[in-house]
Design a protein around this ligand. Structure first.
Ligand code: C5P
Length: 393
């Protein structure tokens, strides 16, 4: 499905639509843009024309545009209608079938699937009437992307931010993807662990949790039933995903082992601490002389424990390496009895732990695949596609 009609309604998030058009084109989508009058106050049609490569439609009753491509033709042309941002007013009109401008008329005329990415002030989003409109749109089979929580242009914090263009793209890609993991049960670990030295100090690592969270969200979009076991990360709890929070490697071990029965797939994306202090001091360690030694012992290897179960799920490990990537990855694949390992470089300028981007070298018995540098949402999608393929094989 490659022909997208993009509707832009009036809101500050309209500036993100420029990036959205650029990304969609880069991914081989053909775009036609329709803007409401209010949207043109936030971003010029000329910008969208330059980025989409086609004249932008703004008028319902414009003799020239009707000649070029009337609204019925435009609606027929589209294989998918995406409205991003969808303002509160736009949602209200669509939910009631009010057609008083080109965008809302196209919605009525469109027979293709419709997606909206709402964006508005958090109070407007939470207003019962907006939530009722949302419910009505869902009943009318409109798919909703976002909105996300966070700080807003108006200075407030809450739900109402438009989903980032790269995530909208990933969701569209996933919506089109066959439900590769339909009804598969998938357990994913994410983030770092914290190994306490005393009540205030701990040993941890640079894992951001972004990869594991992206895997959880994408797996859900591909139809899977997801359980996420998360170490401490500054990421929002994923919507509608059963998320269990843990702190230490030992807690993560317990949570994973409690959840693993009946799972089809386990992806160990967490950067589990390999070592933990022999003893956690119950009182804060006082600053005295130098501490020349810390006594640590190895933690239990969670992914290896899962892979040694009699009824093991398809088990995927990660290997973050600063050197000899292939050698260490293949060693872990064998030694931990994994079905697949996703290896990546860390400590480089781009990609890795803290970044929104990454590249992966994936290995399994008698096979490998390179997933080149991209955002973690896309990468998660590609890795899950590969897992689904191997699962079938
Ligand atoms: O051996 P190493 O820590 O490099 O292997 C990384 C893989 O093993 C990752 O998938 C990580 O989640 C997993 N792991 C684990 N339990 C540990 C250490 C690592 O599950 N205690």
């Amino acid at each position: 499905m490659k022909r997208i009609l993009l509707g832009i309604s009036g809101g500050i998030a309209a500036y993100k639509s420029a990036e959205l058009v650029r990304l969609l084109r880069k991914n081989d989508y053909e775009i036609r843009v329709v803007m409401t009058h209010a949207a043109t106050q936030f971003i010029t049609p000329l910008t969208l024309q330059a980025l989409s490569g086609h004249a932008v439609h703004t008028q319902l009753l414009d003799a020239n545009q009707e000649n070029a491509m009337g609204h019925i033709n435009l609606a027929r042309w589209a294989e998918l209608f995406l409205i991003a941002p969808a303002s509160a007013n736009c949602m209200a009109k669509l939910s009631l079938g009010i057609a008083d401008d080109l965008l809302s008329t196209l919605y009525l005329a469109a027979e293709c699937p419709v997606y909206i990415a709402p964006a508005m002030n958090q109070a407007m989003w939470n207003k019962p009437v907006t939530q009722e409109n949302l419910k009505r749109l869902a009943q009318h089979k409109v798919s909703v992307i976002g909105p996300e929580a966070g700080s807003q242009a108006c200075g407030e914090v809450g739900y109402g931010r438009m989903t980032e263009p790269s995530d909208i793209l990933a969701q569209l890609n996933a919506f089109h993807a066959p439900q590769l993991l339909l009804n598969k049960k998938i357990l994913i670990s994410a983030g770092p662990t914290r190994e306490a030295l005393d009540p205030v100090r701990y040993i941890t690592n640079r894992s951001s949790g972004k990869m594991g969270y992206a895997l959880a969200q994408q797996a859900q979009l591909l139809g899977a039933k997801v359980t996420l076991v998360s170490g401490p990360v500054p990421l929002a709890t994923p919507k509608n995903i059963h998320t269990i929070y843990v702190e230490s490697a030992a807690e993560m071990y317990t949570a994973v082992m409690q959840q693993v029965a009946g799972q089809d797939i386990f992806i160990s994306a967490a950067a589990v601490a390999d070592y933990t202090p022999d003893k956690m001091q119950t009182e804060k360690i006082k600053k005295q002389g130098d501490i020349t030694q810390l006594s640590l012992h190895k933690t239990q290897d969670i992914v290896a424990s899962v892979a040694s179960l009699a009824n093991k799920p398809f088990t995927v490990g990660f290997a973050a390496e600063t050197d000899n990537l292939e050698h260490y990855a293949l060693d872990k694949l064998q030694r931990k009895n994994l079905d697949m390992i996703a290896a990546n470089w860390v400590g480089q300028a781009e990609g890795g732990f803290d970044s929104a981007y990454n590249a992966l070298q994936v290995y399994w018995q008698n096979g490998q695949k390179t997933l080149t540098m991209t955002n973690k949402t896309q990468l998660a999608n590609q890795l899950l596609t590969l897992i689904a393929e191997r699962l079938d094989a």
